[in-house]
Design a protein around this ligand. Structure first.
Ligand code: OGA
Ligand code: MN
Length: 345
């Protein structure tokens, strides 16, 4: 392990053969150690104070429901996760199948975090400018843990950086999390307040890492995980989400002239604008215009279709001679409405 700046902290296993450790395990431990880089005292104590004050503010903001996006905060027992920039699906039964959340699911990376946490790493040449586009803040309280895992290889580039605030903790590699702790860590890394750990190679890719409740030294430890999302990372799309080609088929398909089923109202669709014409009671024999322009409506594209007033049109409702609009808020009474293409169109 390369330690840069500050006192040398860890590894807890110093490379000497440990009782009962197999040759394979020892080799793994050595590889983990070699692929880690620790900036033992990257943030000074005043910088830590400042960052920790912002972390407290972030917690209050979360508790007050002040984050805008729906998936920014995720509370589990003894640990709260905050996602910024890019969030992703994770959790039990999800390993290997994680997907990015669609844009807008989590809040943007806060300015304080860019300025106080990321920028110093950029200034020192540790990270390229603009590289960090996903930040996870883990706020662990006594009894908190993070189960052994590998950060999804198909979502995140390497390296992976974790900064530690408040109390120190140990990150354990290759350990089992069963109640008996059957498999002890192949390697443990002590992470002091203000440190930055860089995981790459073996430590990031070939062995799990995690933190058991006994690895926390104090009542609260916060980690800030800095990562870069891969260009082709799979994204979770809610069922019914249209791709650009489908969306354009829908918009092309609604162009033209339509009537309602009672032939009382006519609709002329041009681009995303709908001219609405109602039948006039006037006498056409008198040369009166049989139509009056009564309104202009908008078609609003949405993830899953086009919205017009209280109706939603998706690909299931698109026919050459007919548009079958679904009620926007489905309920038992509403059945939607139909537009029928005018002859000659
Ligand atoms: C993670 C992670 C470790 C830590 O969030 O993926 O490994 O130090 N966190 O909190
Ligand atoms: Mn991780």
């Amino acid at each position: 392990m390369e330690v840069i700046g500050g006192d040398v902290v860890g590894p807890l296993w110093d490379g000497a053969p440990r009782e009962g450790m197999s040759q394979d395990r020892r080799e793994l431990a050595a590889k983990i150690a070699m692929s880690l880089k620790l900036f033992a005292k990257f943030y000074g104590s005043q910088e830590c104070d400042q960052i920790e004050a912002w972390l407290d503010e972030m917690v209050l903001r979360g508790e007050a429901g002040l984050f805008e996006a729906p998936r920014t905060v995720d509370v589990v027992s003894h640990r709260t996760k905050y996602f910024f920039g890019n969030g992703y699906t994770y959790g039990q039964g999800c390993q290997g199948k994680e997907e990015l959340l669609p844009l807008g699911s989590v809040d943007a990376i806060p300015l304080w975090l860019t300025t106080l946490v990321i920028q110093p790493l950029v200034s020192k040449g540790i990270l390229p400018h603009g590289w960090v586009d996903s930040v996870v803040v883990n706020d662990y309280r006594s009894g908190g843990s993070i189960v052994s895992h590998v950060d999804p290889l198909h979502l995140f580039a390497r390296p992976i950086l974790t900064a530690t605030f408040f109390c120190p903790a140990k990150l354990v590699f290759g350990a089992s999390f069963d109640p008996a702790r059957t498999v002890p860590p192949a390697y443990s890394q002590m992470l002091p307040r203000g440190s930055v750990l860089v995981l790459d190679g073996t430590s990031a890719n070939d062995v799990t890492h995690g933190m058991r409740p006994e690895d926390l030294f104090g009542a609260r430890r916060v980690s800030i995980v800095l990562r870069h999302v891969l260009d082709h990372a799979p994204t979770y799309l809610p069922p019914g989400t249209l791709n650009p080609r489908e969306r354009s088929r829908l918009i092309r398909g609604v162009q033209g002239r339509w009537r309602d089923s009672a032939s009382k109202t006519f609709f002329i669709v041009r681009q995303l604008s709908v001219a609405v014409l109602s039948v006039l009671r006037g006498d056409p024999d008198e040369g009166e215009d049989p139509f009056s322009h009564s309104a202009t409506w908008r078609l609003t594209p949405r993830e899953d279709g086009l919205v017009c007033n209280t109706g939603l049109l998706d690909l299931d409702g698109l026919f050459p001679q007919r548009l079958q609009w679904k009620p926007l808020t489905p309920n038992h009474e509403k059945i939607g409405f139909t537009w029928i293409r005018l002859h000659g169109d």
